[in-house]
Design a protein around this ligand. Structure first.
Ligand code: NAD
Length: 290
């Protein structure tokens, strides 16, 4: 059993906390927004109670929630052995957080960055512990996805990497080792695809439904790129393609204006209740306990 800190209780942080607590770890969950903390705990409780119906194992919601302590104060993370950061994909926000985390969290703890695109070496350089800094690109919904990308930074020690690999194993995750590069392997490809799919809608070439149907019916993909955008978060897609654009300085990553417009309008996908598709009240997908 490891005592794990989780920062950010949005789509990813809530999933990471649920997965960790179900695996028997104790979790300190922190989000600066108290409402996000409340939503995450409520969502985890519902997912556990519905686990059997969702095709997962019988799960005692009270037992899982009993392993999670949650607050909006970073000091809750002071004793964590590993801290997994899942805040908004924004360099300035992550920069300010890591500077603070470095002083709050015990010096021997390992930091894990769950980012869609920001290079791990760049994030690690913000801290006084670049040897104890590892990238893990979790997939969404976290409890249901069997694999992650595991990314060492330039200075990451093998001890830190293996400690994180061990934690991932206990969560039922296969770690796929990839080198540190903006967007890693998955999002170098996926973000371009989703951005280009958004351009098709923006230019009036096809509706979101038609774009997605082509991918489902012609390629046999379980979800089209715009349904995927709604699941990930339209804002997160925009921020990730902006990180790629800034990093490579290559116009192939120019963000589609429709993504900007939707982000400004609060059409963030399932988590806000509307994105390329309507979902009704904020509809984070229900996910079983593992
Ligand atoms: P989200 O918008 O659902 O949640 C982000 C949370 O971070 C919010 O609740 C916000 O209040 C909180 N936050 C922001 N600044 C903070 C701070 N300084 N301290 C504490 N909390 C803070 O975003 P998400 O989808 O959960 O993404 C989180 C990270 O995971 C991002 O870096 C994203 O790129 C990455 N990621 C997302 C996905 C996905 O499918 N959504 C997949 C893999 C990785």
């Amino acid at each position: 059993m490891t005592h794990v800190g989780v920062v950010g209780a949005g789509v990813m942080g809530a999933g990471v906390a649920q997965n960790l607590a179900h695996a028997g770890h104790t979790v300190a969950l922190v989000d600066r927004d108290p409402e996000a903390v409340k939503r995450a705990l409520a969502g985890i409780g519902t997912n556990c109670r519905m686990s059997r119906l969702l095709g997962g194992p019988e799960t005692d919601a009270e037992e899982v929630l009993g392993r999670i302590e949650a607050d909006s104060d970073l000091s809750l993370l002071a004793d964590a052995e590993i801290v997994i950061e899942n805040i908004t994909e924004n360099w300035e926000l992550k920069r300010a957080l890591y500077l603070e985390l470095d002083t709050v969290v015990r010096p021997d703890a390992v930091f894990v960055a769950n980012t869609s695109a920001i290079p791990i070496t760049r994030l690690a350089s913000l801290t006084r512990r670049p040897r104890q800094f590892v990238g893990v690109h979790f997939m969404n919904p976290v409890p249901m996805k069997p694999a992650v990308e595991l990314i060492p930074g330039h200075h990451t020690s093998s001890d830190a990497l293996e400690k994180v690999r061990g934690l991932l194993g206990s969560m039922g995750k296969k770690a796929i080792d990839v080198n540190d590069a903006c967007g890693f392997v998955s999002n170098r490809v996926l973000m371009l695809t989703v951005n280009e799919a958004a351009y098709l809608v923006y230019e009036g070439v096809a509706s979101a439904e038609t774009v997605d149907e082509v991918f489902r019916s012609c390629f046999g993909h379980p979800m089209g790129p715009l349904e995927t955008a709604d699941l990930i978060g339209v804002d997160t897609i925009l921020y990730s393609i902006e990180v790629l654009h800034e990093h490579f300085g290559d116009s192939k990553y120019r963000p589609c204006p429709l993504l900007k417009h939707m982000t400004d309008a609060g059409l963030h996908g399932r988590k806000s209740g509307e994105g390329f598709y309507p979902y009704g009240p904020a509809a984070a997908p229900a996910v079983p306990a593992t």
